[in-house]
Design a protein around this ligand. Structure first.
Ligand code: ATP
Ligand code: MG
Length: 409
């Protein structure tokens, strides 16, 4: 594909235009499409309106070499993308027998006859389309030849979209290397950015993007001519400059790395969570293979729960308060012992917006870490952060503390 050929991206769903969901598909698709030499000329979100969508697709299909559409391929009445695309291209649709077979088990789950029939609408294929079989959903994708090039229809759920996009774009040769993503924890965003910029000095053909999530920074290197080898060298240089704060250079999350490294070290983990309410164990169990390393966790929100479930001495709570180094340590020790784990982490803090005091303001969080040999605590103050940000950042910090402990075992 020559650099001047254009692409358009359309995300379909009333939830996207009404502000109920944030469109993340466009960004992902744009990156992949640009890697293949296209210039993204238009990106639009539209509601679930067949007529409007058909008009839009008709115009885009005549204008752009590539049009990628996501969403609205499901079985419900508001899924109008198939019909709209058929209408736009002036083509008929027909049931694909292989897809009908594939959908039978899903049809069988429905007792309402009309629901069963609806499920089968996903087997409707536009004349001349190549079917992209669903790998982790029920909605197939479709690839169509248009007046100006190719129209690709993909499901809306990002996981399904991502996997199918790769297959749909396999026909276009990448002219750029895939973006590299480094994970950084325990360092302010601007420090990470400056470290990366230092490492990239004198290296051409690379664009730098720094995305900060609470407590977790993603340093992204985009190929602008450096190529695979140039990008690999840049990743190594940036990682060296970031030092131990850089926990991954392959796009892995903190939890991914923790599960992987704990598995290699044969270390078992446990959690004792107050202010994070289970987010730490949720992040760990989000990773396939977590069962090899995570033994369990306790959400001990009340003082009584801390005493009864984690054997925290009530006197510690009375004397130092639930948000204290002493209680964080006792929680970690209690979880480690209850689960007989090698490493346990504990969180206890004031997530706000209420409940803060002069001495213990909103955003104060104590973390405890216990191993078979020692117990320690860490204090963090997240001034000005929202409840959500405090809990998310605390989760990243707890995962990072576990990872450091596992690496030190
Ligand atoms: P299915 O109905 O089979 O799940 P679909 O193709 O009909 O697939 P939608 O119903 O449009 O997909 O979307 C399903 C969900 O996927 C949405 O509720 C939303 O959470 C997510 N989603 C859809 N489009 C986007 C998008 N552009 N960005 C991020 N998430 C999206
Ligand atoms: Mg929909």
């Amino acid at each position: 594909v020559s650099e001047r050929e254009t692409a358009a991206i359309v995300t379909v769903g009333s939830e996207l235009v009404e502000g109920l969901r944030v469109d993340t598909n466009t960004a992902e698709i744009a990156r992949e499409v640009q890697r293949r030499g296209f210039r993204v000329a238009e990106a639009t979100s539209v509601g679930d309106d067949q007529g409007e969508l058909a008009v839009l697709l008709g115009r885009l299909a005549e204008t752009h070499r590539l049009v990628v559409v996501t969403g609205g391929l499901g079985p419900t009445h508001d899924d109008v993308t198939r019909d709209a695309a058929a209408q736009a291209l002036g083509r008929e649709m027909a049931m694909d027998p292989a897809l009908v077979d594939f959908l039978q088990p899903f049809v069988a789950r429905h007792t309402e006859p009309r629901s069963a029939a609806q499920v089968l609408t996903q087997a409707l294929v536009i004349d001349g389309a190549e079917v992209l079989a669903p790998a982790n959903g029920t909605a197939p994708g479709q690839v169509l030849a248009t007046a100006a090039g190719t129209l690709v229809l993909l499901p809306g759920p990002p996981r399904e979209m991502r996997e199918m996009l790769e297959r749909a774009l396999a026909r276009f040769t990448p002219v750029r290397a895939a973006a590299r993503e480094l994970g950084v924890a325990g360092m302010p965003e601007s420090d990470a950015q400056h470290a990366a910029q230092r490492a990239l000095e004198g290296r051409g053909g690379i664009a730098l993007t720094v995305l900060a999530k609470p407590g977790d920074i993603r340093v992204i290197l985009l190929d602008e001519g450096a190529g695979e080898a140039g990008l690999d060298e840049a990743v190594a240089a940036v990682a060296a400059e970031l030092g131990e704060a850089c926990y991954a250079t392959d796009g892995s999350t903190l939890a991914d790395v923790l599960v992987r490294e704990a598995g290699v070290a044969r270390a078992t983990l446990a959690t004792a969570e107050s202010c994070t309410g289970g987010l730490v164990s949720a992040a760990i169990t989000d990773v396939p293979g977590a069962s090899d390393v995570l033994l369990g966790g306790v959400v001990a929100y009340s003082n009584d729960a801390k005493v009864h479930l984690l054997a925290v001495a009530r006197e510690l709570i009375t004397e130092f308060g639930a948000v204290s180094a002493e209680v964080a340590q006792a929680m970690a020790r209690g979880a480690r012992e209850r689960f007989d784990a090698d490493v346990a982490v504990a969180t206890t803090g004031i997530a706000g917006p209420g409940g803060g005091s002069q001495e213990k303001p909103v955003g104060l969080v104590w973390f405890g870490v216990a191993t078979r040999l020692h117990v320690s605590s860490t204090r963090r103050l997240m001034t000005g952060a929202s409840r959500g940000a405090i809990r998310a950042r605390s989760t990243s910090i707890a995962l990072d503390l576990l990872l450091r402990e596992v690496r030190g075992l």
